[in-house]
Design a protein around this ligand. Structure first.
Ligand SMILES: *[C@@H]1O[C@H](CO)[C@@H](O)[C@H](O)[C@H]1NC(C)=O
Ligand SMILES: *[C@@H]1O[C@H](CO)[C@@H](O)[C@H](O)[C@H]1NC(C)=O
Ligand SMILES: *[C@@H]1O[C@H](CO)[C@@H](O)[C@H](O)[C@H]1NC(C)=O
Length: 402
């Protein structure tokens, strides 16, 4: 499969006189077509909500991974964790091999992202409903000054231009140790070599390595922390001044809000976008929908979906069930989904693996069915013209929930 894919892209490049290349450059580190691995071939024949694994505790917070036994996240080219930083907790700096998108579910704090070659990194405020982007290879730290736990979902890309190795999330920690006991990068160097190179004492070098530090990736800062750098200012227009946070507004009931690279250019650097949606109690979406250029990770943050059906190209429901809060569900591109909220409604976020996601509606304003001529519908479904009109105008007259 892989060589064919490569040939096709080469062919398109020739045909398009490099327009595809320009498009890719324009899209920064957007996801390349994932070379289909044979182990992913049947992964999406049955979708499964992922269950959280037991929380890994650090000194001032927790990190939660998800049980991805069927490799659904991996085959979608992403990795997801849920992080809770306690008040006055600091998530120690690290960098990863993929772009990351952070969504703050609850709480507030600030985030610092280091761009290479930039002398001072501005920090940005992060609060409930805010999004932060971290380009691949750039270091990030997060501090909670909000007085209550800061709860975040972090989605990383694992396959794309940013990672040319086997598609697997790798985070490189710069201080302390990871939640699963991995050491920081300084540990791998010998003390002599490192102290000579940095021009610091052996004592300080061993502090960097922190061999006996058992605090994990989130540490307590008892006296609190006030960043000495400047907060982000809108005036700066160099890469160093790239704004890394943005607000993703709370959607109205039966509505959605969307953040793409059109509104928030930093998303281009990570090749991701995000949507929030809300459904009233027992209400369903007005139309089945699909995304044509992005894999999706759906996560319910409040309430539940009492019924969610996802259909593949065989016309088979690869998922038909309930989706509860805290269970991520991977929905592949083109797979068509329809959801209904539970008795307490549903609030959810949708991570998308493209900075410019394209969503298609089957019914309603601007939809597939609405675009077909009545005659085509009558013939296709073997119905009268009157019934064809009913089908054409199904899904409501209004604009799709935006
Ligand atoms: C992950 O889920 C599978 C079944 O879905 C289960 O058999 C397995 O024990 C789970 N793994 C962990 C570590 O909980
Ligand atoms: C939603 O459905 C449940 C069960 O069918 C019902 O008990 C409840 O009253 C409904 N709520 C609303 C707001 O319609
Ligand atoms: C089309 O609909 C008509 C009228 O309902 C019915 O008699 C006919 O058998 C249908 N044709 C097919 C192929 O289903």
């Amino acid at each position: 499969m892989a060589p064919t894919t490569c040939l096709c892209i080469g062919f398109l490049l020739l045909l398009g006189h490099g327009s595809m290349a320009e498009l890719q450059a324009e899209r920064g580190l957007g996801l390349e077509p994932v070379a289909p691995s044979s182990s992913c071939e049947f992964t999406f024949d049955k979708l499964q909500p992922l269950e959280p694994l037991p929380k890994l505790k650090a000194e001032a917070g927790t990190v939660e991974h998800f049980n991805d036994t069927n490799h659904q996240l991996k085959c979608a080219g992403v990795f997801l964790i849920r992080v809770v930083v306690d008040n006055r907790g600091l998530l120690l700096p690290s960098f990863t091999n993929g772009g990351a998108l952070i969504f703050a579910i609850k709480g507030s704090g600030f985030v610092g992202v280091t761009f290479p070659g930039c002398p001072e990194t501005p920090y940005s405020h992060l609060k409930e409903g805010y999004v932060a982007t971290v380009p691949a290879g750039d270091s990030v730290w997060i501090y909670n000054d909000g007085g209550k736990p800061l709860e975040m979902l972090v989605l990383f890309t694992t396959s794309g231009k940013a990672n040319k190795l086997w598609p697997k999330n790798r985070d490189f920690i710069l201080a302390g140790s990871s939640e699963n006991g991995r050491k920081n990068i300084f540990n791998g160097f010998t003390v002599d070599f490192l102290s000579e190179s940095l021009g610091i004492s052996h004592f300080l070098t061993t502090k960097l390595q922190g061999p006996t530090d058992k605090r994990g990736p989130i540490v307590r800062v008892p006296a609190g922390l006030t960043p000495e750098q400047q907060p982000w200012l809108p005036a700066s227009n160099s890469v160093c001044g790239t704004k890394v946070t943005a607000s993703l507004e709370d959607p109205k009931p039966q509505g959605t809000t969307l953040l793409t690279a059109y509104d928030f250019p930093a998303l281009k650097l990570v090749g991701l976008s995000i949507e929030r949606g809300a459904l009233k109690p027992n209400a369903s979406h007005a139309s089945p929908i699909y995304n044509s250029n992005a894999q999706i990770v759906l996560y319910v943050t409040g309430g539940s979906f009492r019924r969610l059906q996802v259909v593949d190209n065989r016309g088979v429901a690869v998922f038909d069930g309930v989706l509860r809060q805290g269970q991520p569900l991977v929905i592949p591109q083109y797979y068509v989904a329809l959801a209904q909220a539970g008795k307490d409604g549903a609030q959810y976020v949708v991570f998308k693996t493209d900075a410019y996601p394209v969503t298609h509606y089957i019914a309603g304003w601007g939809s597939v069915l609405r675009s077909f001529p009545v005659g085509v519908i009558a013939a296709a479904y073997n119905v009268s013209t009157t019934d064809a009109l009913k089908i054409k105008n199904s899904g409501g007259w209004g604009t799709p929930e935006k």
